[in-house]
Design a binder for this molecule. Structure first.
Ligand SMILES: Nc1ncnc2c1ncn2[C@@H]1O[C@H](COP(=O)(O)OP(=O)(O)OP(=O)(O)O)[C@@H](O)[C@H]1O
Length: 322
């Protein structure tokens, strides 16, 4: 069942000094099934957070639609939008900034339930106990303050607090990038459990492609505001279609030799172009090893076939995508 359907979403920022427009999400479309983990990857500044923030209501799209749990959110008045988004929660990268420094964890979790209307302290304590178990946290942390916890514990507290809203979808923005390897595994295991035990769907925004590959059923690759490729993660990592996906996945080490044999080593040239003046046609063409004159003429349409989608002139209607 499709839980979230984002269609042709456009989010723009205007530079106050020059008036120029940065189209941070450019006609983005994305589907998420109930209970699946979907990866969103791409270089810094490509629009991943903006997309996540727009889904949860922290950015205001210029156009497009967001249908969550069967409700067309952007067509609703503001109060009804908030209500419709109750079961989407955002997990920020910086868990220290996300928690009130002077408040104990117990108080923060009780407060989250009070806001949701739970007046009975015993019912709240019971619910918090369940959530601590789901996030693999010990009740000893309830009397502590954020700075007294490890980064991994803090991130799991943020996940626990989000879970009190009984979310169907968690948007996790670089949730483990500030953690060392062992703590990363703890937090990632919590995500896998939430998917398996509670059926929570997760959008995993991350720079770490190896981590996304492990956890996600499907992956979306973003470049300069566009999703340029999406597909099942096994297929996308084994045989990336878009030259940009090839460059990103080529950077991952430790892939099995069979995959390595098919890998075309592609090195990314240059920097991300200014989002205020993106190249004409395909926005990746200025860094693309396969670019030709026709790439400047028009933006490539998405070719969708067998669960994969790619925006690149290399794949026209006659090309096989499998
Ligand atoms: N509040 C804002 N005001 C103006 N421009 C913004 C704002 N938020 C994001 N942008 C711009 O939108 C574009 C996309 O930014 P975004 O943070 O979504 O990218 P990202 O892929 O999440 O990057 P990172 O991985 O560094 O978080 C960038 O050009 C950024 O400068």
């Amino acid at each position: 069942m499709t839980l979230l359907k984002v269609s042709d979403l456009v989010v723009e920022f205007q530079d106050a000094a020059t008036g120029r427009i940065n189209r941070a999400c450019n006609q983005v479309s994305l589907d998420i099934e109930a209970g699946e983990i979907v990866g969103l990857v791409g270089e810094s500044g490509c629009g991943k957070s903006t997309l996540g923030r727009a889904i949860v209501g922290l950015e205001h799209p210029k156009s497009g639609s967001i249908v969550f749990d069967g409700v067309d959110i952007l067509s609703l008045p503001a109060a009804a939008r908030r209500q419709a988004r109750r079961r989407v929660q955002y997990i920020f990268q910086d868990s220290l900034a996300a928690l009130e420094p002077r408040q104990t964890i117990g108080s923060a979790l009780h407060e989250a339930l009070i806001i949701r209307g739970e007046r009975n302290p015993r019912a709240r304590a019971a619910r918090i106990g369940e959530i601590l178990a789901a996030t693999n946290l010990n009740s000893g942390i309830l009397t502590r303050r954020p700075r007294e916890l490890s980064g991994g514990q803090r991130q799991r507290v943020c996940i626990a607090r989000a879970l009190l809203a009984e979310p169907k979808l968690l948007i996790c923005d670089e949730p483990v990038s500030s953690l060392d390897t062992s703590l990363r595994a703890q937090v990632m295991n919590v995500f896998l459990n939430l998917r398996d035990e509670l059926g929570v769907a997760i959008v995993l925004i991350a720079h770490d492609l190896a981590l996304v590959r492990q956890a996600s059923a499907r992956v979306n690759v973003m470049y300069l505001g566009r999703i340029v490729e999406s597909g099942p993660s096994g297929a996308l990592y084994a045989q990336p279609l878009h030259p940009y996906s090839r460059a990103l996945t080529a950077a991952i080490l430790g892939i099995d030799p069979e995959v390595e044999r098919h890998r075309e080593q592609t090195v990314l040239k240059g920097d991300l172009p200014s989002p205020f003046a993106p190249p004409s046609g395909c926005s990746f063409r200025t860094r693309c090893p396969d670019a030709s004159d026709r790439c400047a003429a028009a933006e490539p349409a998405a070719l969708v076939r067998e669960g994969r989608s790619v925006r690149c002139k290399l794949y026209d209607e006659t090309a096989a995508v499998n």
